[in-house]
Design a protein around this ligand. Structure first.
Ligand SMILES: [Zn+2]
Length: 452
């Protein structure tokens, strides 16, 4: 018997975490932290599986909302075997150490969770087993009550470096979890690979289910649009702030800018980056012959970059036109992009250009939706927006028609929709049922068990 139980990431893009019980073997798919919530509310609901076997945690990729609760899972279940791709393990080492200091700043005793230490992270990273794409491995648990093995295999998900869709097979049953998946190419990554043949159960992300694909241009067209917007600012002597996630978006956007400069669509201009993003870029570089890349010869570290954090005052960014790639992507309070945006909005010849998804409750959503002349409330101070603000969409997720294409190619009997807001899940659900009347369709609900 196979049971599926969502512990997070159901009906929202939150802390992705799903529990599978296959003939007595407990497998956790992803173990994320909610990107906006803080403290105990940011963690998956591990208490829902307190009486269940937990043998393995398979992690699809290293984004915070898929991996960052792992130290808490390991604190309560020290014997769980964690398996990722080698690239996810290498990135996790950087991001989990980095989050120790961030959590120390964010958390107080009221948040009821213990902050883990650098030593605990070292032990966790050492214990992570890694499997490369395309190699099946056994995941039989301690209480496994079948003579048939359970195997798992990672497929390149084309979302960020090391991202994986996960195929699990047992007694001829095939379950495929997409994780975050992108069929289309970005600047560095060429797009996802899917298992050959059919699957029985498809656990499908639905991030862009409610987004009209007409609003998501191809990477190249969006790059051209960004180049022309940046040019207008640089010619006027202004500087451009681009908030980015340090993992994935930063590497793809700096590469896009560099190609635009090479093709003379942008003038060679100082680019500022910094912190953990540069370290992650090096992981991309040294894996460039190991995983599929559009141009394995290309190294992100070969792009001249100035250090964002060694600038003496923010005024230095306006002495000469420049482009600043600053974390966090959703401009969370206290981060570099948030602090710089507060200065940027005062500068009439400059611009803030956003390049990714903004959750509605974040400062990034407020900044993105403001235009020149608007008054916005920043920490109870009303400020006038004097700079240009515009949004661009460089997607690391599949468009909704591509998600339907995944359904078409894998031809599942059962689909479970995850990782999307209610509107996204509604659109995907209705579209799937219209086309495939015999598919059994579930929307994942937190704590609600599905028997497969
Ligand atoms: Zn992701």
């Amino acid at each position: 018997m196979i049971k599926f139980l969502p512990l997070g990431g159901a009906g929202e893009i939150g802390a992705s975490c799903f529990y599978l019980n296959i003939s007595g073997t407990g497998i956790i798919l992803d173990c994320g932290m909610h990107p906006v919530k803080i403290g105990i509310d940011s963690l998956p609901r591990f208490e829902l599986i307190k009486d269940e076997p937990i043998d393995y945690a398979l992690i699809s990729h290293a984004h915070q909302d898929h991996l960052s609760a792992l130290p808490y899972l390991v604190q309560s279940h020290p014997y769980v075997r964690v398996i990722t791709t080698p690239q996810t393990r290498a990135i996790a080492e950087l991001t989990l150490h980095n989050s120790v200091s961030i959590l120390k700043e964010q958390l107080s005793d009221e948040d009821k969770i213990k902050i883990y230490t650098h030593e605990e992270i070292d032990l966790l990273i050492q214990s992570i087993e890694y499997k490369s794409y395309g190699n099946a491995f056994n995941v039989n648990g301690y209480k496994h009550n079948s003579d048939k093995a359970i195997t798992a295999q990672f497929y390149d998900a084309g979302h960020i470096l090391g991202s994986a869709g996960i195929l699990i097979e047992h007694k001829g049953q095939r379950i495929f979890y997409t994780g975050d998946i992108n069929l289309d190419k970005q600047a560095l990554l060429p797009g996802a690979e899917l298992p050959l043949g059919y699957v029985d159960v498809l656990i499908l992300e639905t991030t862009y289910g409610a987004t009209d694909s007409q609003t998501i241009l191809s990477w190249k067209n969006e790059a051209d649009r960004l180049a022309s917007a940046i040019n207008k600012i640089l010619i006027d002597g202004g500087s451009v702030l681009i908030p980015v996630f340090s993992l994935g978006k930063m590497q793809e956007i700096i590469t896009t800018l560099w190609y635009l400069m090479h093709r003379h669509k942008l003038p060679y201009t100082d680019i500022y980056t910094g912190g953990i993003a540069q370290k992650i870029s090096r992981v991309y570089d040294y894996n460039r012959y190991v995983v599929n890349m559009i141009d394995p010869e290309f190294e992100i570290s070969s792009i001249p970059q100035k250090d964002l954090y060694s600038v003496e005052t923010n005024e230095d960014f306006f002495k000469n036109p420049c482009i600043v790639l600053a974390p966090s992507g959703m401009m969370m309070e206290g981060t570099a992009s948030y602090n710089l945006a507060r200065r940027w909005i005062k500068q009439s010849n400059s611009a803030i250009f956003t390049v990714g998804y903004m959750e509605e409750s974040t400062p990034g959503f407020m900044f993105t939706n403001a235009v020149k002349g608007d008054k916005i409330n920043i920490n109870n101070t009303i400020e006038e927006v004097k700079c240009t603000i515009d949004q661009f969409r460089f997607s690391a997720h599949s468009k909704r028609e591509e998600l339907l294409d995944i359904v078409n190619r894998l031809n599942p009997k059962t689909i479970i929709l995850v990782h999307g807001d209610p509107q996204s899940i509604d659109w995907m659900g209705a579209s799937i049922l219209k086309k495939y009347k015999s598919i059994k369709l579930y929307q994942a609900e937190l704590g609600k068990k599905i028997i497969l």
